[in-house]
Design a protein around this ligand. Sequence first.
Ligand code: NAD
Length: 419
Amino acid sequence: MTVYAGPVFDMAVQQFDVIADHLSIPTDERERILMPKRSITVSCPVHRDDGSITVFEGYRVQHHLTLGPTKGGTRFAPSVDIGEVAALAIWMSWKCALVGLPYGGAKGGVRVDPRSMSMRELEGLSRRYMQEMIPFVGPRTDVMAPDMGTNEQVMAWFMDTYSMYQGNTVTEIVTGKPVSSGGTLGRREATGRGVAHLVRRVLNELGIALGGATAVVQGFGNVGSHAALELYNSGIKIIGVSDHTDALYDRNGLDIPVLLRHAAAHGSIAGFSNQLRYDPAAILTLPCDVLVPAAIERVIDAHIAENLKCRVLAEGANGPTTPEADRILGKRQHEIFVIPDILCNSGGVVVSYFEWVQDLQQLFWEEDEVTRREYQILDRAFAQMISRARKDRIPHRTAAMAIGVEKVRAGKAMRGLFP
Ligand code: NAD
Protein backbone atom coordinates (compact mmCIF):
# COMPACT_ATOMS: atom_id res chain seq x y z
CA MET A 1 0.00 0.00 0.00
CA THR A 2 1.42 3.41 -0.92
CA VAL A 3 0.16 6.99 -0.51
CA TYR A 4 -0.52 6.90 -4.24
CA ALA A 5 -3.02 4.00 -4.13
CA GLY A 6 -6.15 4.64 -6.18
CA PRO A 7 -7.67 3.69 -9.53
CA VAL A 8 -5.43 5.84 -11.75
CA PHE A 9 -2.19 4.88 -9.98
CA ASP A 10 -3.25 1.22 -10.02
CA MET A 11 -3.71 1.54 -13.77
CA ALA A 12 -0.15 2.90 -14.20
CA VAL A 13 1.15 -0.01 -12.07
CA GLN A 14 -0.78 -2.61 -14.07
CA GLN A 15 0.51 -1.15 -17.34
CA PHE A 16 4.07 -1.17 -16.00
CA ASP A 17 3.75 -4.78 -14.87
CA VAL A 18 2.86 -5.81 -18.43
CA ILE A 19 5.98 -4.06 -19.74
CA ALA A 20 8.22 -5.33 -16.93
CA ASP A 21 7.08 -8.90 -17.64
CA HIS A 22 7.64 -8.38 -21.36
CA LEU A 23 11.16 -7.02 -20.74
CA SER A 24 11.84 -9.65 -18.03
CA ILE A 25 12.87 -6.96 -15.54
CA PRO A 26 13.91 -8.60 -12.24
CA THR A 27 11.51 -7.95 -9.35
CA ASP A 28 14.05 -6.01 -7.26
CA GLU A 29 14.64 -3.57 -10.12
CA ARG A 30 10.96 -2.89 -10.79
CA GLU A 31 10.22 -0.65 -7.82
CA ARG A 32 13.27 1.43 -8.51
CA ILE A 33 12.04 2.17 -12.01
CA LEU A 34 8.35 2.58 -11.17
CA MET A 35 8.04 4.39 -7.84
CA PRO A 36 8.21 8.22 -7.91
CA LYS A 37 11.45 9.73 -6.65
CA ARG A 38 9.63 12.31 -4.53
CA SER A 39 6.34 14.08 -4.04
CA ILE A 40 5.05 17.08 -2.16
CA THR A 41 1.62 18.04 -0.84
CA VAL A 42 0.90 21.67 -0.02
CA SER A 43 -1.97 23.75 1.35
CA CYS A 44 -2.81 26.84 -0.68
CA PRO A 45 -4.94 29.36 1.24
CA VAL A 46 -6.69 31.84 -1.05
CA HIS A 47 -8.63 35.06 -0.31
CA ARG A 48 -12.08 34.73 -1.86
CA ASP A 49 -13.94 37.67 -3.37
CA ASP A 50 -16.53 37.52 -0.54
CA GLY A 51 -13.84 38.09 2.09
CA SER A 52 -13.56 34.46 3.24
CA ILE A 53 -10.50 32.21 2.88
CA THR A 54 -10.47 28.75 1.25
CA VAL A 55 -7.58 26.30 1.54
CA PHE A 56 -6.91 24.16 -1.54
CA GLU A 57 -4.73 21.06 -1.53
CA GLY A 58 -1.97 20.96 -4.15
CA TYR A 59 0.50 18.28 -5.22
CA ARG A 60 3.63 17.78 -7.31
CA VAL A 61 5.21 14.42 -8.07
CA GLN A 62 8.64 13.98 -9.68
CA HIS A 63 9.02 10.48 -11.05
CA HIS A 64 12.74 10.26 -11.87
CA LEU A 65 15.64 12.65 -12.43
CA THR A 66 17.94 10.14 -14.10
CA LEU A 67 17.99 11.71 -17.55
CA GLY A 68 17.66 15.40 -16.68
CA PRO A 69 15.09 17.64 -14.99
CA THR A 70 11.53 16.43 -14.66
CA LYS A 71 8.84 17.88 -16.89
CA GLY A 72 5.10 17.86 -16.62
CA GLY A 73 1.83 19.72 -16.54
CA THR A 74 -0.22 21.15 -13.70
CA ARG A 75 -3.85 20.15 -13.49
CA PHE A 76 -6.57 22.18 -11.78
CA ALA A 77 -9.57 19.85 -11.37
CA PRO A 78 -11.88 18.70 -8.55
CA SER A 79 -10.87 15.06 -9.09
CA VAL A 80 -7.13 15.61 -8.59
CA ASP A 81 -5.43 13.47 -5.93
CA ILE A 82 -1.84 12.43 -5.31
CA GLY A 83 -2.34 9.01 -6.92
CA GLU A 84 -3.65 10.52 -10.15
CA VAL A 85 -0.77 13.01 -10.19
CA ALA A 86 1.76 10.20 -9.59
CA ALA A 87 0.30 8.11 -12.44
CA LEU A 88 0.44 11.08 -14.79
CA ALA A 89 4.08 11.71 -13.76
CA ILE A 90 4.98 8.09 -14.51
CA TRP A 91 3.31 8.26 -17.94
CA MET A 92 5.26 11.46 -18.65
CA SER A 93 8.51 9.56 -17.99
CA TRP A 94 7.74 6.85 -20.55
CA LYS A 95 6.55 9.53 -22.98
CA CYS A 96 9.66 11.72 -22.70
CA ALA A 97 11.92 8.69 -23.05
CA LEU A 98 9.96 7.34 -26.03
CA VAL A 99 10.38 10.58 -27.99
CA GLY A 100 13.98 11.06 -26.83
CA LEU A 101 13.72 14.15 -24.58
CA PRO A 102 16.30 14.71 -21.78
CA TYR A 103 13.63 14.67 -19.07
CA GLY A 104 12.03 12.53 -16.43
CA GLY A 105 8.30 12.81 -15.85
CA ALA A 106 6.53 15.03 -13.33
CA LYS A 107 3.00 16.21 -12.76
CA GLY A 108 1.24 18.58 -10.43
CA GLY A 109 -2.25 19.55 -9.56
CA VAL A 110 -4.65 21.34 -7.29
CA ARG A 111 -7.95 19.87 -6.18
CA VAL A 112 -10.21 22.71 -7.33
CA ASP A 113 -12.87 23.51 -9.87
CA PRO A 114 -11.24 26.46 -11.65
CA ARG A 115 -14.57 27.36 -13.28
CA SER A 116 -15.96 28.20 -9.84
CA MET A 117 -13.33 30.91 -9.29
CA SER A 118 -13.06 34.51 -10.44
CA MET A 119 -9.92 35.54 -12.36
CA ARG A 120 -8.60 37.28 -9.26
CA GLU A 121 -9.12 34.16 -7.12
CA LEU A 122 -7.52 31.98 -9.79
CA GLU A 123 -4.51 34.27 -9.91
CA GLY A 124 -4.22 34.08 -6.11
CA LEU A 125 -4.36 30.29 -6.20
CA SER A 126 -1.87 30.00 -9.08
CA ARG A 127 0.64 32.31 -7.41
CA ARG A 128 0.31 30.63 -4.00
CA TYR A 129 0.68 27.16 -5.52
CA MET A 130 3.86 28.21 -7.36
CA GLN A 131 5.19 29.96 -4.26
CA GLU A 132 4.74 26.74 -2.26
CA MET A 133 6.59 24.83 -5.02
CA ILE A 134 9.65 27.10 -5.18
CA PRO A 135 11.91 24.88 -2.99
CA PHE A 136 10.90 21.88 -5.10
CA VAL A 137 11.15 23.06 -8.74
CA GLY A 138 13.65 24.88 -10.98
CA PRO A 139 14.71 25.10 -14.63
CA ARG A 140 17.27 22.31 -14.03
CA THR A 141 15.13 20.38 -11.53
CA ASP A 142 11.48 20.39 -12.57
CA VAL A 143 9.81 22.42 -15.30
CA MET A 144 6.03 22.91 -15.20
CA ALA A 145 3.53 23.18 -18.07
CA PRO A 146 -0.26 23.46 -18.53
CA ASP A 147 -2.67 20.55 -18.30
CA MET A 148 -6.42 20.22 -17.73
CA GLY A 149 -7.87 23.37 -16.16
CA THR A 150 -4.73 25.48 -16.58
CA ASN A 151 -3.64 27.60 -19.53
CA GLU A 152 -1.15 30.17 -20.80
CA GLN A 153 -2.37 32.77 -18.31
CA VAL A 154 -1.76 30.44 -15.36
CA MET A 155 1.73 29.67 -16.73
CA ALA A 156 2.46 33.43 -16.97
CA TRP A 157 1.46 33.82 -13.28
CA PHE A 158 3.66 30.82 -12.33
CA MET A 159 6.61 32.29 -14.23
CA ASP A 160 6.10 35.75 -12.74
CA THR A 161 5.82 34.41 -9.17
CA TYR A 162 9.00 32.33 -9.51
CA SER A 163 10.82 35.26 -11.14
CA MET A 164 9.79 37.74 -8.43
CA TYR A 165 11.34 35.44 -5.81
CA GLN A 166 14.55 34.98 -7.85
CA GLY A 167 14.88 38.70 -8.55
CA ASN A 168 15.21 38.20 -12.30
CA THR A 169 13.03 36.86 -15.10
CA VAL A 170 13.27 33.08 -15.37
CA THR A 171 11.17 32.19 -18.40
CA GLU A 172 12.55 28.63 -18.52
CA ILE A 173 10.81 27.64 -15.26
CA VAL A 174 7.56 26.84 -17.10
CA THR A 175 6.50 26.06 -20.66
CA GLY A 176 3.19 26.71 -22.36
CA LYS A 177 3.54 30.43 -21.57
CA PRO A 178 2.11 33.17 -23.78
CA VAL A 179 4.45 34.06 -26.63
CA SER A 180 4.57 37.60 -25.19
CA SER A 181 6.11 36.19 -21.97
CA GLY A 182 8.81 33.97 -23.45
CA GLY A 183 6.60 31.22 -24.84
CA THR A 184 7.19 29.60 -28.20
CA LEU A 185 5.15 29.89 -31.34
CA GLY A 186 3.28 26.64 -31.97
CA ARG A 187 3.02 25.45 -28.33
CA ARG A 188 -0.67 26.27 -27.96
CA GLU A 189 -1.50 24.13 -30.99
CA ALA A 190 1.27 21.54 -30.52
CA THR A 191 -0.58 18.70 -28.82
CA GLY A 192 -3.63 18.79 -31.08
CA ARG A 193 -1.46 19.25 -34.17
CA GLY A 194 0.63 16.24 -33.19
CA VAL A 195 -2.51 14.13 -32.71
CA ALA A 196 -3.76 15.16 -36.18
CA HIS A 197 -0.36 14.55 -37.80
CA LEU A 198 -0.26 10.98 -36.51
CA VAL A 199 -3.91 10.40 -37.47
CA ARG A 200 -3.21 11.53 -41.04
CA ARG A 201 -0.21 9.21 -41.18
CA VAL A 202 -2.21 6.22 -39.96
CA LEU A 203 -5.13 6.91 -42.30
CA ASN A 204 -2.66 7.02 -45.21
CA GLU A 205 -1.19 3.68 -44.12
CA LEU A 206 -4.67 2.17 -43.84
CA GLY A 207 -5.59 3.49 -47.29
CA ILE A 208 -8.41 5.68 -45.95
CA ALA A 209 -8.73 8.96 -47.89
CA LEU A 210 -8.77 12.05 -45.66
CA GLY A 211 -11.59 13.65 -47.66
CA GLY A 212 -14.68 11.70 -46.65
CA ALA A 213 -13.14 10.27 -43.47
CA THR A 214 -15.04 10.98 -40.27
CA ALA A 215 -13.88 11.76 -36.72
CA VAL A 216 -15.36 12.11 -33.23
CA VAL A 217 -13.56 14.20 -30.59
CA GLN A 218 -14.28 13.98 -26.85
CA GLY A 219 -13.10 17.11 -25.03
CA PHE A 220 -12.93 20.53 -26.63
CA GLY A 221 -10.17 22.18 -24.59
CA ASN A 222 -6.60 22.77 -25.66
CA VAL A 223 -5.98 19.29 -27.08
CA GLY A 224 -9.46 18.44 -28.42
CA SER A 225 -10.18 21.78 -30.10
CA HIS A 226 -6.83 22.02 -31.89
CA ALA A 227 -6.95 18.36 -32.92
CA ALA A 228 -10.48 18.90 -34.26
CA LEU A 229 -9.44 22.02 -36.17
CA GLU A 230 -6.38 20.35 -37.73
CA LEU A 231 -8.41 17.31 -38.75
CA TYR A 232 -11.15 19.57 -40.14
CA ASN A 233 -8.54 21.55 -42.11
CA SER A 234 -7.25 18.23 -43.53
CA GLY A 235 -10.69 17.56 -45.02
CA ILE A 236 -11.87 15.13 -42.35
CA LYS A 237 -15.51 15.50 -41.28
CA ILE A 238 -15.85 16.00 -37.51
CA ILE A 239 -19.23 14.37 -36.92
CA GLY A 240 -19.21 14.40 -33.10
CA VAL A 241 -17.77 16.61 -30.35
CA SER A 242 -18.36 16.61 -26.61
CA ASP A 243 -17.14 18.43 -23.52
CA HIS A 244 -18.12 18.44 -19.84
CA THR A 245 -21.34 20.33 -20.64
CA ASP A 246 -22.77 18.76 -23.78
CA ALA A 247 -22.31 16.62 -26.89
CA LEU A 248 -23.04 17.46 -30.53
CA TYR A 249 -23.55 15.15 -33.51
CA ASP A 250 -23.92 16.08 -37.17
CA ARG A 251 -23.53 13.34 -39.78
CA ASN A 252 -22.70 16.03 -42.37
CA GLY A 253 -19.84 17.34 -40.24
CA LEU A 254 -19.71 20.14 -37.66
CA ASP A 255 -18.39 23.57 -38.61
CA ILE A 256 -15.36 23.49 -36.30
CA PRO A 257 -14.16 27.11 -36.77
CA VAL A 258 -17.66 28.34 -35.82
CA LEU A 259 -17.80 25.94 -32.85
CA LEU A 260 -14.38 27.18 -31.73
CA ARG A 261 -15.60 30.77 -31.75
CA HIS A 262 -18.66 29.73 -29.73
CA ALA A 263 -16.52 27.85 -27.17
CA ALA A 264 -14.10 30.79 -26.87
CA ALA A 265 -16.99 33.19 -26.24
CA HIS A 266 -18.99 30.96 -23.84
CA GLY A 267 -16.33 28.76 -22.25
CA SER A 268 -17.89 25.52 -23.53
CA ILE A 269 -19.89 24.02 -26.41
CA ALA A 270 -23.17 24.34 -24.44
CA GLY A 271 -25.84 26.35 -26.26
CA PHE A 272 -24.27 25.86 -29.70
CA SER A 273 -27.29 24.07 -31.19
CA ASN A 274 -30.39 22.40 -29.78
CA GLN A 275 -30.95 20.30 -32.93
CA LEU A 276 -27.47 18.76 -32.87
CA ARG A 277 -27.43 17.80 -29.18
CA TYR A 278 -26.49 14.16 -28.56
CA ASP A 279 -26.11 11.71 -25.69
CA PRO A 280 -22.59 12.35 -24.28
CA ALA A 281 -22.37 8.73 -23.10
CA ALA A 282 -22.92 7.46 -26.66
CA ILE A 283 -20.45 9.72 -28.43
CA LEU A 284 -17.49 7.36 -28.00
CA THR A 285 -19.26 4.49 -29.73
CA LEU A 286 -20.45 6.41 -32.79
CA PRO A 287 -19.40 4.75 -36.08
CA CYS A 288 -16.45 6.81 -37.39
CA ASP A 289 -12.97 6.43 -38.85
CA VAL A 290 -11.16 8.24 -36.05
CA LEU A 291 -12.01 8.55 -32.37
CA VAL A 292 -10.03 11.10 -30.35
CA PRO A 293 -10.60 10.95 -26.58
CA ALA A 294 -9.09 14.29 -25.48
CA ALA A 295 -10.64 14.91 -22.05
CA ILE A 296 -10.03 12.77 -18.97
CA GLU A 297 -8.62 9.36 -18.12
CA ARG A 298 -10.41 5.99 -17.96
CA VAL A 299 -13.29 6.87 -20.30
CA ILE A 300 -12.76 3.79 -22.47
CA ASP A 301 -13.57 0.86 -20.21
CA ALA A 302 -14.11 -2.78 -21.19
CA HIS A 303 -17.74 -2.20 -22.19
CA ILE A 304 -16.93 0.78 -24.42
CA ALA A 305 -13.93 -1.06 -25.90
CA GLU A 306 -16.22 -3.92 -26.98
CA ASN A 307 -18.53 -1.41 -28.64
CA LEU A 308 -16.06 0.96 -30.32
CA LYS A 309 -16.85 1.44 -34.01
CA CYS A 310 -13.78 3.43 -35.07
CA ARG A 311 -10.86 2.38 -37.28
CA VAL A 312 -8.30 4.51 -35.45
CA LEU A 313 -8.22 5.30 -31.71
CA ALA A 314 -6.02 8.38 -31.29
CA GLU A 315 -5.49 8.95 -27.57
CA GLY A 316 -5.21 12.72 -27.12
CA ALA A 317 -5.89 12.47 -23.38
CA ASN A 318 -3.56 10.80 -20.91
CA GLY A 319 -4.72 7.37 -19.77
CA PRO A 320 -8.13 7.32 -21.51
CA THR A 321 -8.10 3.50 -21.85
CA THR A 322 -8.28 1.15 -18.86
CA PRO A 323 -6.12 -2.02 -18.76
CA GLU A 324 -9.30 -4.15 -19.12
CA ALA A 325 -10.23 -2.19 -22.25
CA ASP A 326 -6.68 -2.61 -23.51
CA ARG A 327 -6.98 -6.38 -23.36
CA ILE A 328 -10.10 -6.15 -25.54
CA LEU A 329 -8.38 -3.76 -27.95
CA GLY A 330 -5.54 -6.29 -28.12
CA LYS A 331 -8.02 -8.83 -29.51
CA ARG A 332 -9.44 -6.20 -31.89
CA GLN A 333 -6.06 -4.92 -33.14
CA HIS A 334 -6.82 -5.84 -36.75
CA GLU A 335 -10.02 -3.77 -36.62
CA ILE A 336 -8.82 -0.80 -34.52
CA PHE A 337 -5.42 0.89 -34.89
CA VAL A 338 -4.46 2.34 -31.49
CA ILE A 339 -2.15 5.36 -31.32
CA PRO A 340 -1.32 5.16 -27.59
CA ASP A 341 -1.38 8.29 -25.44
CA ILE A 342 2.33 8.43 -24.72
CA LEU A 343 2.97 8.83 -28.43
CA CYS A 344 -0.28 10.41 -29.62
CA ASN A 345 -0.25 13.47 -27.32
CA SER A 346 3.54 13.78 -27.05
CA GLY A 347 3.63 16.75 -29.45
CA GLY A 348 2.81 18.89 -26.40
CA VAL A 349 5.90 17.97 -24.41
CA VAL A 350 8.06 17.95 -27.53
CA VAL A 351 7.22 21.60 -28.20
CA SER A 352 7.48 22.37 -24.48
CA TYR A 353 11.03 21.05 -24.76
CA PHE A 354 11.61 23.39 -27.71
CA GLU A 355 10.26 26.26 -25.60
CA TRP A 356 12.66 25.42 -22.74
CA VAL A 357 15.60 25.20 -25.16
CA GLN A 358 14.68 28.55 -26.76
CA ASP A 359 14.29 30.20 -23.33
CA LEU A 360 17.67 28.88 -22.16
CA GLN A 361 19.32 30.17 -25.33
CA GLN A 362 17.17 33.31 -25.72
CA LEU A 363 17.01 32.45 -29.40
CA PHE A 364 13.54 32.00 -30.88
CA TRP A 365 12.38 29.96 -33.85
CA GLU A 366 9.76 30.54 -36.53
CA GLU A 367 6.50 28.59 -36.12
CA ASP A 368 7.06 26.42 -39.20
CA GLU A 369 10.45 25.41 -37.79
CA VAL A 370 8.77 24.40 -34.51
CA THR A 371 6.12 22.34 -36.28
CA ARG A 372 8.56 20.75 -38.74
CA ARG A 373 10.79 19.58 -35.89
CA GLU A 374 7.77 18.40 -33.88
CA TYR A 375 6.54 16.22 -36.75
CA GLN A 376 10.07 14.88 -37.34
CA ILE A 377 10.29 13.64 -33.74
CA LEU A 378 6.76 12.17 -33.84
CA ASP A 379 7.50 10.38 -37.11
CA ARG A 380 10.68 8.86 -35.69
CA ALA A 381 8.93 7.64 -32.53
CA PHE A 382 5.98 6.33 -34.55
CA ALA A 383 8.31 4.31 -36.81
CA GLN A 384 10.17 2.90 -33.79
CA MET A 385 6.89 1.89 -32.13
CA ILE A 386 5.56 0.18 -35.27
CA SER A 387 8.74 -1.74 -35.94
CA ARG A 388 8.97 -2.87 -32.29
CA ALA A 389 5.30 -3.94 -32.29
CA ARG A 390 5.81 -5.98 -35.47
CA LYS A 391 9.10 -7.51 -34.36
CA ASP A 392 7.84 -8.60 -30.92
CA ARG A 393 4.18 -9.17 -32.02
CA ILE A 394 2.90 -6.88 -29.27
CA PRO A 395 0.23 -4.15 -29.16
CA HIS A 396 1.28 -0.58 -29.95
CA ARG A 397 0.94 0.55 -26.33
CA THR A 398 3.20 -2.24 -25.08
CA ALA A 399 5.74 -1.40 -27.79
CA ALA A 400 5.71 2.35 -27.06
CA MET A 401 5.95 1.85 -23.31
CA ALA A 402 8.64 -0.82 -23.65
CA ILE A 403 10.84 1.63 -25.60
CA GLY A 404 10.29 4.30 -22.93
CA VAL A 405 10.85 1.99 -19.95
CA GLU A 406 13.98 0.51 -21.55
CA LYS A 407 15.55 3.95 -21.93
CA VAL A 408 14.84 4.89 -18.30
CA ARG A 409 16.15 1.51 -17.15
CA ALA A 410 19.34 1.87 -19.22
CA GLY A 411 19.92 5.38 -17.81
CA LYS A 412 19.61 4.09 -14.25
CA ALA A 413 21.83 1.08 -14.95
CA MET A 414 24.63 3.21 -16.45
CA ARG A 415 24.58 5.77 -13.63
CA GLY A 416 24.42 3.10 -10.93
CA LEU A 417 22.80 3.32 -7.52
CA PHE A 418 23.95 6.11 -5.20
CA PRO A 419 25.69 5.80 -2.73
P1 NAD B 1 -8.47 21.45 -21.05
O1 NAD B 1 -8.79 21.79 -19.67
O2 NAD B 1 -7.99 22.52 -21.97
O3 NAD B 1 -9.73 20.74 -21.74
C1 NAD B 1 -10.35 19.62 -21.20
C2 NAD B 1 -11.62 19.37 -22.00
O4 NAD B 1 -12.22 18.16 -21.57
C3 NAD B 1 -12.68 20.47 -21.81
O5 NAD B 1 -13.31 20.73 -23.05
C4 NAD B 1 -13.67 19.81 -20.84
O6 NAD B 1 -14.96 20.35 -20.98
C5 NAD B 1 -13.60 18.39 -21.32
N1 NAD B 1 -14.11 17.42 -20.35
C6 NAD B 1 -13.84 17.34 -19.03
N2 NAD B 1 -14.53 16.31 -18.49
C7 NAD B 1 -15.21 15.74 -19.51
C8 NAD B 1 -16.09 14.65 -19.60
N3 NAD B 1 -16.40 13.91 -18.52
N4 NAD B 1 -16.61 14.33 -20.82
C9 NAD B 1 -16.32 15.05 -21.92
N5 NAD B 1 -15.48 16.10 -21.89
C10 NAD B 1 -14.95 16.44 -20.70
O7 NAD B 1 -7.40 20.25 -20.99
P2 NAD B 1 -6.36 19.79 -22.10
O8 NAD B 1 -5.08 20.49 -21.84
O9 NAD B 1 -6.99 19.84 -23.44
O10 NAD B 1 -6.12 18.27 -21.65
C11 NAD B 1 -6.99 17.22 -22.05
C12 NAD B 1 -6.27 15.91 -21.89
O11 NAD B 1 -5.08 15.92 -22.69
C13 NAD B 1 -5.80 15.58 -20.47
O12 NAD B 1 -5.85 14.18 -20.31
C14 NAD B 1 -4.36 16.04 -20.47
O13 NAD B 1 -3.59 15.38 -19.49
C15 NAD B 1 -3.96 15.64 -21.87
N6 NAD B 1 -2.78 16.34 -22.42
C16 NAD B 1 -2.75 17.69 -22.53
C17 NAD B 1 -1.66 18.30 -23.09
C18 NAD B 1 -1.58 19.79 -23.33
O14 NAD B 1 -0.64 20.25 -23.98
N7 NAD B 1 -2.53 20.58 -22.86
C19 NAD B 1 -0.56 17.54 -23.54
C20 NAD B 1 -0.62 16.16 -23.42
C21 NAD B 1 -1.74 15.56 -22.87
